[in-house]
Design a protein around this ligand. Structure first.
Ligand SMILES: CC(C)(COP(=O)(O)OP(=O)(O)OC[C@H]1O[C@@H](n2cnc3c(N)ncnc32)[C@H](O)[C@@H]1OP(=O)(O)O)[C@@H](O)C(=O)NCCC(=O)NCCS
Length: 188
């Protein structure tokens, strides 16, 4: 699996087998093996390492990990996930350091189930979660990840800072941007 989806703007949305239903829910510790497999396939890392990383993300009290699963086939199948995490910049950080706030991150959909609206749904639902806590959401992305940038732009994200720096984050191609989305108060 390559890191980014190949960029195909305007490609028709794919129709899911009508017998299948997509559901989302908060990930639980028992989901770590399935999510770790998906992550390892994308990152090209070991399944054991990915499983450990995902297990820590699931239990992180300062965020959430939302997964998408398909039911109606031969049992439920995990087909995607996305996170929200709280970020606080270190003291004395420069002007291109990411801002403090809630960050969407790590959205990943199994390549067999892309262009069915699953990435959008995981993102809309995470934005609704952030909107209950803050008036703005952020994410960072490599400038090469055009599919992800289009997905987020359609939901209101705009580029705020080019060549952003965030501790622990390296960008494929070397350059990443910070994007932000203003959120309405729920029910407003
Ligand atoms: C980015 C990703 C999560 C999108 O998931 P998805 O379920 O295929 O996306 P959706 O079907 O919900 O698409 C929503 C919108 O995103 C954009 N989009 C998604 N995939 C695209 C692609 N390959 N090319 C161009 N635009 C794309 C489109 O605007 C699309 O709307 P449309 O279907 O009306 O044209 C998926 O491609 C993926 O897992 N990529 C690898 C991991 C990754 O790059 N994550 C983002 C890290 S910042």
């Amino acid at each position: 699996m390559s890191l980014f989806a190949s960029y195909e703007p305007g490609a028709p949305r794919r129709l899911l087998d009508p017998a299948l239903v997509v559901r989302t829910r908060l990930a639980e510790p028992g989901d770590a093996p399935a999510l770790g497999r998906l992550r390892a396939e994308r990152e090209g890392t070991s399944v054991a390492d990915s499983r450990r990383i995902v297990a820590a993300q699931i239990t992180n009290p300062d965020g959430l990990l939302l997964l998408a699963e398909l039911s109606g086939g031969e049992g439920d199948e995990t087909v995607g996930f996305g996170r929200v995490v709280r970020f606080e910049p270190p003291a004395g950080a420069g002007s291109n350091m990411a801002s403090a706030g809630w960050y969407l991150g790590g959205v990943l959909v199994d390549p067999r189930f892309r262009r069915h609206g699953i990435g959008r749904r995981l993102t809309e639902e995470r934005l609704a979660w952030v909107a209950r806590r803050a008036r703005r959401a952020y994410y960072v992305a490599s400038v090469l990840n055009r599919a992800s940038i289009d997905l987020h732009a359609a939901l209101g994200f705009v580029e705020l800072v080019k060549d952003i720096v965030q501790p622990g984050v390296t960008f494929t191609g070397g350059h990443g941007s910070l994007f932000g989305c203003e959120l309405d108060e729920p029910g407003a």
